[in-house]
Design a protein around this ligand. Sequence first.
Ligand code: SF4
Length: 232
Amino acid sequence: MAARKSAIAPTVAEDNVFEIVNAKPEHGVADPAAALKLIREDLGDCTRCKLHKQGRKQIVFGVGDPRAELMFVGEGPGADEDAQGEPFVGRAGQLLNNMIKAMGLRREGVYIANIVKCRPPGNRTPELDECETCSPFLMRQIATIKPRVIVALGATAAKNLLAMNSSLGDLRGHWYDFKPVGSDPSWPGARLAVTYHPAYLLRDPRQKGETWKDLQMVMKYLGIEPPKKAAD
Ligand code: SF4
């Protein structure tokens, strides 16, 4: 059985705390779809971090069910995502779709987003200042959707969400409590699990079995009946 980490991870940089606790346009909006729309409007044609001037074609906000029980969070958009304006639509996205299907779910039934919403040039890892500037908007999306489970895809997503600098190997296999600052007090928060990023699995398919173990942990918690066949 997976261990559960007791500490609630800080989820926003200190500089952003006061911005988060201040009233936001979506506060008090009961319909999560409408609230997400307000967050997207608030983001606007964002120039808050340097990624806005490093070749992005468009902002990739997030996609899926505004009431999803399960949310996947990756690192940042790649070339395909930048072109289409939707997260996880390239080869890695196809693999994520397969993983979601293998869980017995549909892509439309979950919510998918990234730590940063603009493509880092050359698909480099987003830098700390970019993550800290962009992630408050992801926190607001999470606080709106109120998922039961968040799956962090890859080390960048996991380290940023959990504010921990451990290796992916150490972060996997545990549950973490996760609740953005300023969330609805009546929401108990989400549980967060960590697994490999699909792009990494494309490079090293041997880790698919380990990824499936992580997803099975999530399925068990959500009460999803394990399908007979694993992701391929
Ligand atoms: S990555 Fe985020 S903070 Fe930076 S410009 Fe894009 S939307 Fe704004």
